[in-house]
Design a protein. Structure first.
Lengths: 428, 273
């Protein structure tokens, strides 16, 4: 049965195998890519999807003779990238059949990404798949494979914690703020000083629509620069005004270049007497700006740079632990796809049987139309035509259902024997 | 009888699922919890239909019926959480509400055959209103207790500064504080209304506004505590953390006193004479 079924293959390079100088040569623009797929189609490549991101370039394709097709694809890459084969072939990976399927599922689920669990990759794969469908370079097999990859990516994202906990320090700070205050738009943030990381956290907070921004800085010029950069109205105060401002804010990010505590435990305690809401303190400065003892006050949550870093490390560890579960899902989904793929082997046989019956039906109808039924009007003959079609469809329904079931076990010896018997019976 | 045991068993399974939904973070556990809670509610309705409440022109209310109503209201409230403004936090709220309801359900088993009951005239609609309102008040105070426990847990986790894996499964502190506020205010409203109807009923039937029973005293005590807590919350007298601790302590004291008085005072206790 196998000779009917085209094979799946892929070639590619990623951040794991190739330097950016090599990868960038294969980032084709749309015009070049259109020419590439047109040439590929002429080279016995039945289906093709090209994926290019900043970390990888991959080509998934379907061809009846997959190993020859791979060589032709590499030759095309050589032609279109303008690089000699020996310069990129060592960094190129080639995968066939199950390996190729599993690889795509891993890529879409971000298990092969530079940052495991990142969310962008599935969107990028979807974009390239859309491009391929718009240019008619996909067919039954790659359509099914890519839809399976998107389903698997969704499963991995929702059923594991792989993408849940952030890894960047700035994003962790924002997530913690959301864990305390939920809706940031109703809260106020005070930025003391102007460190790079503190500004990044502030930018993230404004991205999540923080209510009010207050900037305290020794230099008003610096404060104004930050206000312009975050593109949000901000109140600028002097360092001396901090004490009276603390009770009115919910988040304080401190990054001042001071060699003493800008905020002491007493100052925080005094501020808490005037408020009942929690207070979130982020101390990014080294040496620290906020007295660590302030973190022991109830409803005060003080995080310094090491705390945020250790959460990032812990989150990364959790993500890596989750990959085991994700790989199990990918393995199961790969098997599910291959099960469907194997069942395709029976499709040509089903098509041949249907065609044989259809030919017989048409021939007989034509014969009768010419002789015994020539007195019938067209509309009456159309009824007979419909009747014979219905009889044929219903007659074939049970055997075709049986064949489809057979298709799901088509690698077994018994299934092959049954298929061969059918071919003999119908002289196919 | 067997149906009640099946119900308790379902409660135990639902509790395990609700805790697993937090522990394992799998949507399947959350879905199973919702399905089981819905089945439990249906069973409670069916059980309620067959409970021997009415007979010969009077309502004969056994102590078990109080447990039944508490469980019914808590189950309704848990399901309400799944469809209301709290639906995003249903998972963590159910993980505390369902196990606590399960404890009440298990406790109720010891009172199934209790001979303690009270008889009220079937014409007395006010009694039913009084019971329903007062129980709703108690159940909502129970929710305030549950959200306060969660507030303390999340607060501790945030101060521990470990992974976000655990914190992410719980609602934010603001949401929990809002839920405490929501349940306290409604608890106060229903409890007050329940007491007013109780007074009207007493006056109508006994010509007195107080029976002086231990349970009545306990009810006024509970109302006073809920009133003070509600005032503290409204007036922002203390931080949410300390208010949560006060709520937890108050609730536990009330539960202990209530349970102890039910065990110690076996006669002349409120209407269960």
């Amino acid at each position: 049965m196998k000779e009917y079924l085209p094979q799946i293959g892929m070639v590619g390079m990623s951040h794991k195998t190739a330097p950016v100088e090599t990868r960038e040569c294969f980032a084709f623009d749309t015009g070049v890519l259109e020419a590439f797929v047109t040439t590929a189609k002429e080279n016995d490549i039945l289906e093709m999807v090209y994926i290019a991101t900043c970390n990888r370039m991959e080509l998934y394709f379907v061809s009846p003779h997959i190993e020859d097709a791979t060589q032709r694809v590499i030759h095309l890459l050589e032609q279109f990238a303008g690089l000699t084969r020996d310069r990129f072939e060592p960094v190129l990976y080639k995968k066939y059949h199950k390996e190729a399927v599993r690889h795509l599922l891993c890529v879409a689920s971000s298990l092969d990404s530079m940052v495991i669990g990142e969310n962008e990759i599935v969107g990028q794969v979807k974009d390239w798949y859309r491009w391929a469908t718009q240019h008619n370079t996909t067919g039954t097999i790659l359509n099914k494979l890519f839809h399976q990859a998107f389903r698997t990516a969704k499963r991995v994202r929702t059923e594991t914690e792989i993408a849940r906990n952030p890894l960047s320090i700035a994003f962790i700070a924002v997530e913690l703020a959301k864990k305390i205050f939920e809706d940031l738009s109703k809260h106020r943030v005070l930025l003391i000083g102007a460190g790079e990381m503190a500004e990044l956290i502030l930018k993230y907070l404004t991205k999540f629509k923080i209510g009010t921004v207050i900037l305290a800085n020794r230099s008003l010029h610096n404060a104004q620069r930050i206000a312009n950069e975050i593109n949000q109205d901000a109140t600028i105060i002097t360092l001396a005004e901090i004490i009276e401002t603390i009770p009115r804010v919910d988040i304080i990010i401190s990054s001042a270049g001071a060699h003493h505590y800008v905020l002491t435990k007493d100052m925080v305690q005094e501020a808490l007497k005037k408020r009942t809401q929690p207070l979130f303190l982020i101390d990014i400065a080294v040496p620290r700006n906020i007295d660590p003892a302030a973190g022991h006050i109830r409803d005060v949550f003080l995080y310094n740079i090491d705390d945020l870093k250790s959460i990032a490390d812990e989150n990364l560890k959790n993500r890596l632990n989750e990959t085991k579960l994700a790989y199990q899902m990918i393995e199961a989904d790969t098997e599910e796809f291959l099960h469907w793929y194997e069942s395709l082997q029976i499709v040509p046989l089903i098509a041949k049987i249907q065609k044989t019956f259809e030919t017989i039906r048409n021939d007989e109808l034509k014969k009768y139309r010419r002789r015994k039924l020539k007195h019938l009007e067209d509309k009456d003959f159309a009824i007979i035509e419909e009747l014979t079609r219905q009889i044929m469809t219903k007659t074939l329904h049970i055997p075709i259902s049986y064949l489809k079931e057979l298709g799901t076990h088509c690698h077994s010896k018994e299934a092959k024997e049954k298929a061969n018997l059918l071919k003999e019976i119908f002289k196919l | 009888m067997i149906v009640i045991y099946i119900l308790v068993l379902l409660f135990i399974v639902a509790s395990v699922c609700s805790v697993l939904s937090i522990h394992k973070d799998m949507p399947l556990h959350e879905r199973t919890t919702k399905v089981l809670t819905s089945i439990i509610l249906l069973m409670l309705v069916v059980i309620g239909y067959f409970l021997p409440v009415y007979g010969a022109g009077v309502y004969k209310i056994h102590i078990f019926i109080f447990f039944y109503l508490t469980i019914l209201f808590l189950t309704l409230l848990t399901l309400y959480m799944a469809v209301s403004q709290w639906k995003n936090d249903y998972r963590s709220l159910s993980a505390i509400l369902i196990p606590l309801t399960t404890i009440i359900a298990i406790t109720s088993l010891f009172f199934i055959n209790s001979p303690r009951y009270m008889v009220i005239s079937a014409d007395n609609g006010i009694m039913v209103i009084h019971i329903v309102l007062a129980l709703l008040g108690e159940v909502l105070f129970f929710v305030a207790f549950a959200s306060s426990v969660l507030y303390i847990v999340v607060s501790w986790q945030l101060q521990k500064k470990t992974s976000m894996k655990f914190i992410n499964r719980f609602p934010s502190l603001t949401v929990l504080s809002r839920l405490t506020s929501f349940s306290l205010s409604r608890s106060f409203f229903f409890f007050t209304a329940g007491i007013i109807f109780g007074i009207i009923m007493l006056y109508q039937f006994y010509g007195n506004i107080s029976s002086g029973s231990p349970k009545e005293i306990l009810m006024y005590g509970a109302w006073g505590i809920i009133f003070i807590l509600w005032l503290i919350k409204r007036a922002h007298v203390t931080s949410n953390y300390y208010l949560s601790i006060i709520i937890i302590v108050s609730f536990l004291i009330l539960v202990i006193v209530f349970t102890a008085s039910n065990v110690v005072v076996t006669s002349g206790f409120h209407s269960f004479r």
